[in-house]
Design a protein around this ligand. Sequence first.
Ligand code: ATP
Ligand code: MG
Length: 321
Amino acid sequence: MKYETVAIHVEKLVKRYRNGVQALDGLSLTVNKGEIFSLLGQNGAGKSTLINVLTTYLRPTSGSVIIFGKDACHEATEIRTLISWVAQRTSIDTRLSLTENMMFQSNLYKVPKEEAKKRMEALIFCFGLEQYLKYPVSSYSGGIKRRLDIALYMMSNPKVLFLDEPTIGMDVQSRMAMWDMIRKIREDFGTTVFLTTHYLEEADRLSDTICIIKNGKEVIQGIPHDLREYLQQNKLKISFGSKEEAKSCFGRLKNVISLKEADLYNDKIITDSKNSYADLERVNRWLLDNGISFLGIEMIQPTLEDVFIRLTRENEREVCQ
Ligand SMILES: Nc1ncnc2c1ncn2[C@@H]1O[C@H](COP(=O)(O)OP(=O)(O)OP(=O)(O)O)[C@@H](O)[C@H]1O
Ligand SMILES: [Mg+2]
């Protein structure tokens, strides 16, 4: 383990709540310094529990968490000075302006006034927030408030910024503005960003590393490109002019390649293919030989969503191990 490049190292982490629920079940993961790391998982997978343990809000039952060389169990106070945690509900004081909020925050962290002012100006400039300085925070929309909230948490100059579902419920424009902001946090300030999300597209486009967790355990961790390649299985897609045409072909095509009932989607047949190009050729020839009219036939690559569904599907634990 090269500690000089590691921001967070979690090993065999277990968290059992008092009611007996084991929310984390031997989870291990590594976050590198200066990267955007996304944690993906279904409801109840253990994402919030993990963030609560990493931010030292909860004590683990067993296992270890090291953040910038500090142990979360024995050096929780030190860790708190290194991190910022932006929870889902904004905590910025909506009666005050952004600058008032920022100066107040720096006071809490005992940052000298001159230094705080400089930092505040740098943050406002970097994130393009000048237009939001005049009015109290309450006058802005939810998406903007969240960005102002994050700017506020950057005042303490954290080494790691934790974001719980930063773009939940946002429209496309606000989501893209948030992505820009998160990229700038990494690029201009070198901050490591650890976020949770339900949006696969967000994890795919924004992160350097993605970790998918299920039942309190990691199932896969890697760069988005490698995760998409994980299935090593393309899909064969045949499009028809109508639902009826697809349905009638589906019945006969079952004799040519193996198909599941779920492979029929409206006016398309989409099926997993282990031997993609041979299948494509075979089906194409069969369609032509039998005079079946169709609009197109092509191979499509699995998306991150396909990987996520495959890895988190119930009763398929064997593929995860
Ligand atoms: N304070 C608690 N006491 C007891 N059980 C809890 C507590 N908090 C969470 N759990 C349970 O632990 C498991 C993991 O929950 P957690 O909130 O960490 O999941 P999550 O991945 O954040 O889910 P979501 O996507 O819904 O936010 C769930 O079974 C949940 O019911
Ligand atoms: Mg949660």
